[in-house]
Design a protein around this ligand. Structure first.
Ligand SMILES: CC(C)(COP(=O)(O)OP(=O)(O)OC[C@H]1O[C@@H](n2cnc3c(N)ncnc32)[C@H](O)[C@@H]1OP(=O)(O)O)[C@@H](O)C(=O)NCCC(=O)NCCS
Length: 125
């Protein structure tokens, strides 16, 4: 099932000059930070608590994003454990002039719901 649905939009940004790599395209580390933020927002909304990232099981970068592209990240909880949540993430780049749009990155990240002492606590309390 596709997670590309307006209700699953977790993050939006523009590719800014400070986030470019040597090739003039979006630095992979910047995209990873976007994916982490998007996944954390999805996990926080699901657990109604603060969360820690414990694993990024995969990160694929099928197409580069360019300066001034918009980045839209869709995220959906794919699995819920006792304290953990797995979030499927898909980042799309879009050229604002031409409207050309494609998948730029995909990831699966695991977050743990944490209490005020930064210790795991149940997602469903
Ligand atoms: C998150 C943290 C509090 C969890 O503590 P812990 O002692 O590992 O807790 P547990 O062993 O009870 O694991 C908690 C849950 O995470 C899951 N988990 C832990 N490591 C995992 C991994 N590498 N991959 C997938 N799931 C993992 C466990 O299976 C468990 O899931 P469940 O409760 O749904 O069954 C601890 O690992 C931590 O502080 N990590 C640092 C997090 C961080 O700094 N992240 C970056 C900044 S956000």
């Amino acid at each position: 099932m596709s997670i590309v649905n307006p209700k699953n939009i977790a993050f939006k940004a523009f590719v800014m000059p400070a986030d470019l790599n040597f090739h003039g395209t979006l630095f992979g580390g910047a995209m990873l930070a976007y994916l982490d933020q998007a996944g954390a927002i999805v996990a926080q909304n699901r657990s109604k608590s603060r969360v820690f990232l414990v694993a990024m099981n995969k990160a694929n970068f099928p197409a580069p994003a360019h300066l001034n592209d918009s980045i839209t990240i869709y995220g959906e909880v794919s699995k819920v454990g006792k304290t953990s949540m797995t979030v499927a993430l898909q980042a799309w780049r879009e050229d604002p002039i031409t409207g050309e749009r494609e998948i730029s990155a995909e990831s699966e990240a695991v977050y743990v719901a944490i209490d005020e002492n930064l210790k795991p606590w149940p997602v469903d309390r």
